[in-house]
Design a protein around this ligand. Structure first.
Ligand SMILES: Nc1ncnc2c1ncn2[C@@H]1O[C@H](COP(=O)(O)OP(=O)(O)OP(=O)(O)O)[C@@H](O)[C@H]1O
Ligand SMILES: [Mg+2]
Length: 266
């Protein structure tokens, strides 16, 4: 289904992603973990063609995604919708219009200019919001919502595109633990009920363990772990993070980074 082969991204001398290779045979919920700078975001950005690979290929259902251009590339981007840590909503616009923005790819400029949406799309948007438990927020401005609610709006906007894959770059890094759980559970439900693939960069190990079927660990641009949460022992996790004996399972990738840096000064 999804085949990533020797995918590489260089920024000058720096190899951000180094020959990443993995296959996904059926819709799976995958968590990508690794310390800050390991290459997680760069990998996701190459998957949905926000960024072009230096080398290597991404193939989906037999089609070479890395070669797509123009409209075909945009079409791919709506088949693998992306959500971000900072939600990327239009803050002053109402929730339902934010969700309808997910249909932007297939609307005419004129319709977009006058904010005209087909009735069917509006119904669909409300239905999706309802499914995510936030239908009553539909008329409010996005900025009036809590972080957890805003992230669910972003998920709704992604679902509007009916994507095969949902890519999530640290979807819960800005949320409190309660909202983080609601958002992760929403992604899990979408995966299970709709059979969509979810690939999420996660900054804590326990989130990856709890919600994902498969965990990919990156270190210095390379995939150094690929297995089930059960296979992800504390030892394996320590390897991925390049952390010392004081490594804590509950630590975030940013904390590990800080911990490590502070050591250099003592
Ligand atoms: N646009 C860019 N130009 C130059 N270097 C970049 C660019 N984007 C990323 N990098 C570098 O590529 C490497 C991987 O960065 P990336 O953002 O993918 O890491 P990450 O695993 O997502 O980290 P974090 O957990 O902090 O989000 C880093 O060394 C980073 O400095
Ligand atoms: Mg990142």
């Amino acid at each position: 289904m999804l085949e990533i082969s020797k995918l590489t991204k260089r920024f000058g001398e720096n190899v951000a992603v180094d020959a990443a290779t993995f296959f996904v045979e059926q819709p799976t919920m995958i968590g990508i973990i690794g310390r800050s700078g390991a290459g997680k975001s760069t990998l996701l950005r190459m998957l949905n063609r926000l960024s072009d690979a230096t080398e290597g290929t991404v193939t989906f259902d037999g089609e070479d995604v890395t070669a797509l251009k123009g409209a075909a590339r945009r079409n791919w981007q709506s088949r693998c919708a992306m959500i971000f840590q900072q939600f990327n909503l239009v803050p002053r616009m109402d929730v339902v219009s934010n969700v309808l923005h997910g249909t932007l790819n297939r609307r005419s400029t004129l319709a977009t200019m006058f904010n005209l949406y087909p009735q069917a799309d509006i119904h669909k948007a409300i239905e999706i919001l309802d499914r995510l438990g936030i239908a009553e927020q539909a008329p409010k401005r996005a900025e009036a919502l809590s972080g957890g609610q805003q992230q669910r709006v972003a998920i709704a906007r992604a679902l509007m595109q009916d994507p095969k894959i949902i890519l999530a770059d640290e979807p819960i890094a800005s949320l409190d633990p309660m909202n983080a759980q609601v958002v992760m559970q929403s992604l899990r439900d979408i995966h299970e009920q709709d059979g969509r693939m979810v690939i999420a960069n996660l900054h804590t190990l326990d989130t990856a363990r709890r919600y994902c079927d498969r965990v990919i660990g990156m270190r210095d641009g390379r995939i150094v772990f690929d297995g089930t949460p059960q296979q992800l022992t504390t030892g394996a996790a320590r390897d991925i993070y390049g952390a010392g004996a004081d490594f804590s399972e509950a630590a975030t990738s940013t904390e590990i980074e800080t911990l490590d840096r502070s050591k250099e000064y003592v």
